[in-house]
Design a protein around this ligand. Structure first.
Ligand code: NDP
Ligand code: MG
Length: 390
């Protein structure tokens, strides 16, 4: 039996992972499941999958979790330290599907004890890619991509020589506002930004798809994962979300990965890697689909894409600044403090402010410096928003 843990089990990626594990219960020994405020789901799945421990990220929910687990053998725990402790328990395969920078520490811990890390939490790579990759290397641990585009690229590279790769094209649906008149974007509401044309995902990543902050993160993720130069990475708007990524080789060949927009594809590939096993996803009928469309992303509609280029050009700890500023700007948009297009302006301003702090961005990357820069970036973003409102 393979020992597995799922961090962020109650979320959109987490529930898809639980679904795959539940279909083959005799193949897996579940070590840890983590969640946040959805205690009922966490307790239900932990009991159902007979996990050793269930952890809520929020200490003030520990009593609720204990009550929900009463009468079962599942241990209850809470808080950041408990998450890291659970990640240090031996496991063969660990799903990293916490949302945001909070996913970094558990992921690093799992790698440090040699687990294979299935990485949905792209924020870890954006904040601290070099650190994560170095930790994996040091402990001979593997990181497998779960983001659909990166899983698609990873699959396209099987048996290939990276030296023959000319370009990597990741696709984007274009999000909720891809066909809106540009002038209307300033008025876009949270509810409008929270509906995705093709994918059923958590609210935050859905809004990040409308703004393409998600794609901006994925461009940086592509650079970190595959070690290609920024100018080898392209973004292509593809409204159908059926082609997930394309790898371009030096003989002009383009290898595209095509599949239904169902995250169980990428999660299942990472779960069974290096094998392929049957997955409960739709089989596409391309004759019925008839046509696939592609277009270049408009810069004015998606300013976040340019910010990703700035982050890669600057390097150092700028990824951690970008991620933290983006998370806070999103909080403020959801809270109604700022408009949809203000998010990119505010993130750009935070990047500029912190870049002017002598030595900050070029400090050596450690968990402490990443956390420090993350904290400063959130504070600078809040200050900028306060100015904006005032
Ligand atoms: P969700 O918001 O649906 O789920 C997030 C998970 O993290 C939940 O289990 C949540 O608990 C938990 N959580 C929330 N806050 C914290 C915290 N402070 N500390 C620890 N755990 C916390 O997110 P998604 O599943 O959509 O996304 C998860 C990750 O996967 C993200 O990094 C995202 O970018 C990435 N991803 C997601 C895709 C998707 O299809 N959804 C596609 C590709 C990548 P609870 O809900 O109980 O509060
Ligand atoms: Mg993606």
């Amino acid at each position: 039996m393979r020992k597995v843990s799922i961090f962020g089990a109650t979320g959109s990626i987490g529930q898809n992972t639980v679904d795959l594990i539940r279909r083959a219960p005799s193949a897996y020994d579940v070590v840890a499941l983590s969640g946040g405020s959805n205690i009922a789901q966490l307790a239900h799945d932990a009991i159902d999958l007979n996990a050793d421990v269930a952890i809520t990220a929020f200490p003030d929910r520990l009593d609720d979790l204990r009550a929900a687990l009463a009468g079962s053998d599942v241990e209850a725990a809470a808080g950041d330290t408990a998450l890291v402790e659970a990640a240090s328990r031996p496991a063969d395969w660990v799903m990293s599907a916490i949302i945001g920078a909070a996913g970094l520490n558990p992921g690093m811990t799992a790698l440090a004890q040699g687990s294979t890390l299935a990485l949905a939490n792209k924020e870890s790579l954006v904040c601290a890619g070099k650190l994560l990759l170095a930790t994996a290397q040091e402990h001979s641990a593997r990181i497998l991509p779960v983001d659909s585009e990166h899983s698609a690229v990873f699959q396209g590279l099987v048996g290939e020589d990276m030296a023959a790769v000319e370009r990597i094209i990741i696709t984007a649906s274009g999000g909720a506002f891809r066909d809106w008149p540009l002038a209307d974007l300033t008025k876009a509401t949270v509810a409008q930004a929270s509906t995705h044309p093709n994918w059923d995902m958590g609210q935050r990543i859905t809004i990040d798809s409308a703004s393409m902050f998600n794609k901006a993160m994925e461009v940086i993720e592509t650079r970190e994962f595959f070690g290609v130069d920024p100018d080898q990475i392209e973004v292509l708007v593809h409204p159908e979300s059926l082609v997930h990524a394309i790898v371009g080789f030096n003989d002009g060949a383009l290898m595209a990965h095509v599949g239904a927009p169902d995250m169980r594809h990428a999660i299942g590939y990472a779960l069974h890697w290096p094998d392929r096993k049957s997955l409960p996803v739709e089989r596409l009928d391309l004759a019925k689909i008839g046509q696939l469309n592609f277009r270049a992303p408009e810069e004015a509609r998606y300013p976040a894409l340019r910010l990703a280029r700035d982050v890669m050009a600057r390097g150092g700890l700028m990824g951690a600044v970008f991620n933290a500023a983006k998370e806070r700007a999103l909080d403020h948009f959801i809270a109604g403090h700022i408009g949809f297009l203000d998010m990119a302006d505010i993130v750009a301003a935070t990047m500029g402010t912190l870049d002017r702090e002598p030595g900050l961005i070029d400090a050596a990357m450690t968990l402490d410096t990443v956390a420090h820069v993350d904290h400063l970036a959130r504070r600078a973003t809040d200050a900028r928003v306060a100015q904006h409102i005032g």
